[in-house]
Design a protein around this ligand. Structure first.
Ligand code: SF4
Length: 168
């Protein structure tokens, strides 16, 4: 039993990120038409989590072929957003790297639950949202939020969270 559990964890760690669904959104990344893809195996346990099913090992493998398929069905988007980190940061970064190389006109973004920008993310993402969900502080579009959205150009990060507040 213990060995089964260990194998399950090893599979997740070495596997592709898994995605549960996808949809085109307009507000998550300012000035972009974004294909948002929900990633499971969330490593966090935020109090008041709005999507606790995403903590489980559910969904389909986000392979390069799956990315091609999603983008071919959603022509016109100019940003690919990973909604979540999953358990395997390297594999997530590999997928972002694939998008940057094959689709240079498409920006890459991640809504991360970490409170800082993981160094690997600076190499492959144009936008990184940081910060766990804290209900009392609210989401990105309220000024009390703990979360931040950074734009990254040539490794330099700029906090652009204020762009959400301009819409209030
Ligand atoms: S990061 Fe999102 S999905 Fe994960 S525990 Fe927090 S609120 Fe839930």
């Amino acid at each position: 039993m213990k060995q089964d559990r260990l194998k399950n964890i090893q599979d997740i760690m070495h596997d592709y990120p898994k995605y549960v669904d996808s949809k085109v959104v307009f507000e998550e990344i300012p000035d972009c038409v974004t294909l948002a893809v929900t990633i499971s195996n969330c490593p966090f346990r935020c109090k008041g989590c709005h999507s606790d099913y995403l903590r489980k090992n559910v969904g389909d493998n986000l392979t390069n072929e799956a990315i091609d398929d999603l983008l071919s069905k959603n022509k016109g988007v100019n940003c690919f957003l990973f909604l979540g980190d999953g358990l395997n940061i390297d594999s997530l970064c590999d997928r972002a790297f694939y998008i940057k190389n094959k689709y240079p006109s498409i920006k890459t973004a991640v809504y991360s639950g970490y409170d800082y920008i993981i160094s690997e993310y600076k190499e492959v993402f144009d936008y990184v949202k940081t910060g766990k969900w804290i209900e009392s502080k609210g989401p990105l579009h309220v000024k009390t939020t703990n979360q931040r959205l950074f734009k990254i150009v040539d490794g330099i990060q700029e906090d652009i969270t204020y762009k959400f507040w301009q819409r209030i």
